[in-house]
Every structure is written in structure tokens, then in C-alpha cells.
Design a protein around this ligand. Structure first.
Ligand SMILES: Cc1ncc(C[n+]2csc(CCOP(=O)(O)OP(=O)(O)O)c2C)c(N)n1
Length: 540
């Protein structure tokens, strides 16, 4: 069989449904093989966007998302997406083309060493050098992409190898069990938790796995220990729970840190240091039990005293079965803080001034989105507000990136979400800066006939950096820009464009857009001038 045909058959065998990307001349054999396959090609307008979509597919489904690009410039355009998947722990396979390796066709035209370039950004980056090895490499790529910590893989398929014949056989897809934790670690942890005065649970990115979620819900129900989340742990347990203290949107000095500092033991389930720290450990401060798939990376602000290393679901289930509820546990102070925080958030959301204040915006979005609706955020100042104020009811319903924290991914992640869950409402929330980094994907959304609503938060600036600039006492300089007319811009793509003129309009308009269907863009003027004041209001 032709190697490119075999390549596609091996992808089908792995359950691949979509390939996101932009083919080049060097992928033409593979493209032709895709034509007769069950895999749908999702053509994008930038490889970076294709990578963000594939990574998001991996994030939502737990199976690797696949993207495709040509050699040289196509491959270099995938770099940010590779880092996004790798740091975010999202399983993704990138396939790039290359000139023939057995003969020189055009000298070194367009050639960069994509395999080497991708090494530091992936778990594996490899060129296929013979048609015979292709199926084993694909099996290994899919196995490794999902092995914890999951991440990005790069396969380069040169033109001549794609075109040659191969007699390789396809390897059966297998599911492997993860290693489980040592019993001594569980016993140590149980003793520590039982002896603690005010233990507190932290849910991080690694807690967001299918089997893990139910084990954690049971542990919290059984023990009644309060919990807070990192940005990537949002929604693992319904945040409407009376035990939910909120999200550590910042690393220190945020409202939730008063609760964290009142605890003497944090049970950290699934957070690792790639995500922005939810707290800083100090000598003589609270202790930490780390429950994760892999050992913790120790540094000056993170040095857990006990580690439970192995499958998180199994570890948490074992903790649940060994632990006895202690009458000496005291959560009163933490739960008082929660009441105060909830009341402040509600109070702030009542502000109807225009342009919109961030807490009002988050409140409006929460009210219009159903529990299973997906809000996909780009990166900007509003992300902190969504992380802190948006109560996620279900896992993966607030998609944000707190590891690479790249701008430009919000719209692409929303498109991938809608492809994965066509029956659910999907809303992208982007700053005017981040939106313009990959706004061309509006055409992809319109071409695919998706029902999608995008909010563009217009402050005419890179607001997040402006806030940091002010915080550090620098003068306002170098961060303002002009925007296109977003309504006309959306319409030029065949999307519907809207711009709101008062705060009360936004909620009903989002609902109307969802009802009408199609791709909608809503420009929302925002006011960040009181950001500091608002952030400090709920501190105790
Ligand atoms: C690709 C990329 N470039 C730069 C940054 C640094 N950065 C973080 S937030 C931000 C400003 C975001 O501006 P905008 O999208 O308009 O959102 P706002 O903060 O104004 O709400 C910048 C420049 C980044 N995170 N990613």
C-alpha cells in the first residue's frame, strides 16, 4: 500500500475524526489519501489556529487532536500551538511535510529542521524515514500523547516517503492502565489530613480527567472538606457547591488567599507548577500533600511534604476509603470568607454602568449560558475576572489557558468546541487585542456553518499590560491601538455583527444570537479603569 494511504488508515485506526490544518505541496499525497477516508479535513486560515483547534479537541475529548501543515513556514506557524498543547497537557499530534529525503529537489528552499525545532516543545518529534516504520510510529505517537502528562507530538512525513509503497501492518489500539500509588504514601497522607485543623482541597488541571472527577466528588461529599481550584481545575466539581471557596485567579493577595492562609494543610489534587501558582508555600506555613500522576517539581515556592504519585482517581478513592471524618476539623473561618466573597461578587455584578465593568460582564455571561454551555476565553485582563467570578457547573465549560497563556487562541478553541459538541452553546470571549491575532478564523466558522457567538471586549488597548504598567507605577505608554469597525468586519466575513450601546442590551442580545444561529460577533465596550479598586474590594 502507498505509505500515505497506510498513514491515513493508521490514523483512522486510532479513531481520528478530524484533521485541522493547511496542506502544502509536500502534503499532497497525504491529502489525496485523506480524500477517500472517514477523516474530515477542517481547513483553517492559519496553521496556528489549526494547532489551537487540535489541542482543544484533545483537551475536550482526552484523545489526541490532529493538525497538519507543510514544511518550513507551515511548520514554524505551529510553534505557538505546540507550546500551548505541551504546557497545557493537551494531547495533540502535529503532522508536517518535508521535501524528499532521498534526493534533493529544490536545494534547501523552504527547509528548516522542523524536527529539531519541535524538540523542546513536544514529547516526541520524529521524521518518518521509511514507509515500513510509519504504523509503529503512529501507534507510539498516540500512546505517548495521552500518557500523563499528556502533550504534543510532531511527526514529519517527507514527500518521497509518503509516495513510496509500504508493507507495514497496523498496530492494534490499546488502552494502558496507569501505575498506582504506594500504600505507605496514602497512609501518611490520611494521618496528616486527620490530624490537621483546617485541611483544604485544591483542584488543579490533572484533576480534570473523566474517572478522576467522580472520585473527587465522592471524596468531597464524604469528608465535607472545602475546596478551591486553579484556573485549569474549574468545573471539576460544581462551583455552586457550598464547599467551593472559589478560584485562585492570582497567585497571592486575592480574596481566596485569606482562606488558603487560614489552612494548615492543602491537599493538592492535580496541580503542577506549569500552571500559574495558586499560592506560594513558605517555610513554617501550611503543609501540602501532592496527589498527582507524576512526582512534583520542587522549587522555592512549592515543596510538598507528602506525595501520592500514581493514577489520581485510584489515589483519591483510596484516600476516601481510609479517611475518618474528624470532629476537630474547623472550617468556620473559610466558609465565612466564602460568604463574604459570594456577597461581594453579587454586589459588584449589580453595577449597570456603561462601558461594562468586568464583574457585570461575567455575571451576564453566566446567566445566559446553560450549565453545559462552553465559554472559551482568549487571554487578557478579563480572564482573571472570569476565573474568579464565573462559577463553572461542569468540567471544561470555561476554557482558559493558564499555562502558556497565549493570546489568539480563544476563537479557535471555541470553533473546536462547537465541532466536538454541536448541540451545546459555545461563546468565545476575546479582548480586542487577542481577537485580532486570529480573527481570520471567522471565515472558517462561517464556512463550516457553525452556530457561534463571539464577544470582543473593546478597550482600545492591551488592557492587561496597561493594568500591570499602572500597578508597577509606570506612566501610561505604548499600549493603546485603534480597532477596525468590528460590525463591518464581521459582516465582511458573512457573519452577523453587533455593537451594544448599553449594559442591559448584552444578555438579551446573546440569547437572540444563539436563537438565530450562525456566526455572531458582538462588540462590547469595557471599562477597566477601576480594576484595582474592584479587585481589592472583596479582600478581608
Ligand atoms: C501571543 C501573546 N503575546 C503577548 C502576550 C502578553 N499579553 C498578555 S495579555 C495582553 C494584552 C491582551 O489584550 P486584549 O486581548 O486586548 O485584552 P485586554 O487585556 O485588553 O482585556 C498581552 C499583550 C501574550 N500573553 N500572548
Amino acid at each position: 500500500m502507498k505509505t500515505s494511504d497506510l498513514f491515513v488508515k493508521a490514523l483512522e485506526n486510532e479513531g481520528v475524526k478530524y484533521i485541522f490544518g493547511i496542506p502544502g505541496e509536500e502534503n499532497l499525497d497525504l491529502l489525496n489519501s485523506l480524500k477517500g477516508s472517514s477523516i474530515k479535513l477542517i481547513l483553517t486560515r492559519h496553521e496556528q489556529a489549526a494547532g489551537f483547534m487540535a489541542a482543544t479537541y484533545g483537551r475536550l475529548t482526552g484523545s489526541p487532536g490532529v493538525c497538519l501543515a507543510t514544511l518550513g513556514p507551515g511548520a514554524t506557524n505551529l510553534v505557538t500551538a505546540a507550546a500551548y498543547a505541551q504546557l497545557g497537557g493537551m494531547p495533540m499530534i502535529m503532522i508536517t511535510g518535508q521535501k524528499p529525503i532521498k534526493m534533493s529537489k529544490q536545494g534547501r528552499f523552504q527547509m528548516v529542521s522542523a524536527v529539531e525545532m519541535m524538540h523542546p516543545l513536544t514529547k516526541l518529534s520524529k521524521q518518518v524515514v521509511h514507509g515500513h516504520t510509519v504504523t509503529a510510529l503512529i501507534r507510539e505517537a498516540f500512546r505517548l500523547a495521552v500518557e500523563e502528562r499528556s502533550g504534543a507530538i510532531h511527526i514529519e512525513l517527507p514527500e518521497d516517503i509518503a509516495a513510496e509503497d509500504s508493507d507495514a501492518e497496523i498496530y492494534e489500539k490499546r488502552i494502558y492502565r496507569r501505575a498506582v500509588a504506594d500504600t505507605h504514601a496514602i497512609v501518611d497522607a490520611v494521618h496528616k489530613i486527620e490530624r490537621a485543623k483546617s485541611p483544604l482541597i485544591l483542584l488543579g488541571a490533572g484533576a480534570n480527567r473523566l474517572t478522576t472527577r467522580s472520585a473527587i466528588n465522592y471524596f468531597i461529599d464524604k469528608t465535607g472538606i472545602p475546596f478551591f481550584t486553579t484556573q485549569l481545575g474549574k468545573g471539576v466539581v460544581d462551583e455552586r457547591s457550598p464547599l467551593c471557596l472559589g478560584t485562585a485567579a492570582l497567585s497571592s493577595n486575592d480574596c481566596v488567599h485569606t482562606a488558603i492562609d487560614s489552612s494548615d494543610l492543602i491537599i493538592n489534587i492535580g496541580h503542577d507548577i506549569i500552571e500559574k501558582p495558586p499560592f506560594f508555600m513558605k517555610k513554617d506555613g501550611f503543609e501540602v500533600i501532592a496527589v498527582n500522576f507524576l512526582p512534583a517539581n520542587v522549587d522555592e515556592v512549592y515543596f510538598p511534604q507528602v506525595e501520592i504519585i500514581g493514577d489520581i482517581a485510584v489515589s483519591v478513592t483510596k484516600l476516601s476509603s481510609h479517611i475518618d471524618i474528624q470532629s476537630s476539623w474547623d472550617f468556620r473561618f473559610m466558609l465565612d470568607i466564602k460568604k463574604n466573597l459570594d456577597a461581594t461578587i453579587e454586589d459588584e455584578a449589580a453595577d449597570e454602568s456603561f462601558p461594562l465593568m468586568p464583574p457585570t460582564l461575567v455575571d451576564i455571561v453566566r446567566k445566559v449560558m446553560p450549565s453545559d454551555g462552553i465559554v472559551s476565553l482568549d487571554n487578557g485582563l478579563y480572564k482573571i475576572w472570569f476565573a474568579r467570578n464565573y462559577k463553572a457547573h461542569l468540567p471544561n465549560t470555561l476554557l482558559l489557558d493558564n499555562s502558556l497563556a497565549t493570546m489568539g487562541a480563544g476563537l479557535s478553541a471555541a470553533i473546536a468546541s462547537k465541532i466536538v459538541y454541536p448541540g451545546r452553546k459555545v461563546l468565545a470571549v476575546c479582548g480586542d487585542g487577542g481577537f485580532m491575532m486570529n480573527s481570520q478564523e471567522l471565515e472558517t466558522a462561517v464556512r463550516l456553518k457553525l452556530d457561534l457567538v463571539t464577544l470582543i471586549l473593546n478597550d482600545g488597548a492591551y488592557g492587561m499590560i496597561k493594568w500591570k504598567q499602572e500597578e508597577r507605577g509606570f506612566e501610561n505608554f505604548g499600549l493603546d491601538f485603534n480597532n477596525p469597525d468590528f460590525v463591518m468586519y464581521a459582516e465582511s466575513y458573512g457573519a452577523f455583527g453587533h455593537c451594544i450601546k448599553n449594559t442591559g442590551e448584552l444578555g438579551p442580545l446573546i440569547n437572540e444570537c444563539f436563537e438565530k444561529g450562525g456566526v455572531h460577533v458582538i462588540e462590547v465596550p469595557v471599562d477597566y479603569s477601576l480594576n484595582d479598586e474592584l479587585m481589592n474590594r472583596c479582600k478581608i
